[in-house]
Design a protein around this ligand. Sequence first.
Ligand code: PHE
Length: 461
Amino acid sequence: MSQATSKAHQQAGSLWSSRMAFILAAVGSAVGLGNIWKFPYITGENGGGAFVLVYLACIAIVGIPVLIAEVMIGRRGGQSPVASMRELTATEGTRKGWRLIGWNGIVASFLVLSFYSVIGGWALVYVFKAASGMFTGADADAIGGTFGGMLASATDLLLWHSVFMAIVIFIVGRGIRSGMERAINTLMPLLFVLLFIMVGYAMTTGKFGEAVSFMFSPDFSKLTTEGILTALGHAAFTLSIGIGVMMAYGSYLPQKVNIARTAMTIAVLDTGVALMAGLAIFPLVFANGLEPGAGPGLIFVTLPLAFGQMSGGVIFGTLFFALLLVAALTSAISMLEPVVEWLEEHKGISRAKSALGGGLAIWLVGIGTVLSFNNLADFHPLAFIPFFEGKTIFDLLDFLVSNLMMPLGGLAIALFAGWAMKRQGLDQEIGLKGGVYSTFMFVLRFLTPAGIAVVFLYNLI
Ligand code: PHE
């Protein structure tokens, strides 16, 4: 077992050649569909400003402390999430129950990838749609129709889901990490540039002010308790925390790297991308008389409208969806990693076979999400529970992983790092001193758990 572990570690040992390499990979994981697809549509569904404010508070109080703690646990454990937690519970002399953190990670990353891949498939189709020039001059109805048509076809969605999963399996199976590093290195800055261009375009629509006030002037009457839970879940989702992904990545982090500073950089970049996506999208929503609460289709309906009207729109549009695809891929890869590492370690299967086997199982479960948008759109498996009434398979999976497993995983990580681990280990790892360190520990031990607990209790009542 320990042999398999060190082997798994070695294969990726070349991974983080530097702090920068880790930042890029972690940002690659963090920045994804969550920022550009999910953040705008859940902000729209939850009424804007108040939701954004709660989301930012969740990033600060829960997201950043848990990210620091999770990377720290990963580096200290030095193996896959399950093995790291097994080792740490032994060396730190804590209860064995904490090991559930590792298992929660394997199961959650399995489930999240099953639906993430389907949405990744949408990004993939939209690269081709944008390149074909079909959006040029098209109106909101035509573009909405294109999106609706795509969703209605189970075979199309299945095809793109399959292609997306195949790419992920291929990359993870080969373990071509240095290639990924270099790709992320150039593609992420490009994504930023394109987002800037989109925000610039959005400013010309005359509705930029309305969008800014939609996003930033809070109207708390629009905020529901489920909205607060969504904000908390999204803070975890967007930073890729609570499910062992950052733990796995942290296990390859050189000892000299300052975890706290690195985590801040990741969180700031990630939040920046999300806010910019909102500023690019909502002006278009208002300018075209669309519904901010339109749901998962939001960016696929608004952005093509803009691309169809601006000069050079075919090129910008194609580039944009290509980058969205890359952002989705770098996140998806990080989701498959814990599953693959676990299969390698515990089942003694080769990396390539682990990626294939794990990936195929995930692909299969993903068919449930594919069907949620067409043949099974009216199938609500948990309709007998009032809260889950209108939720499809996709909605339920998203809710389970994003709103339950990720925040609760985060809670367990905060408690484990803040209360169960020995202080000495933390002092060495975190890279903060004096008052800043005490403040951080106070937040991690009290505010983070209290924040998560309050949101959950509030939702239960
Ligand atoms: N953070 C990614 C995004 O915003 C999603 C993700 C979740 C990636 C969990 C890895 C683990 O798209």
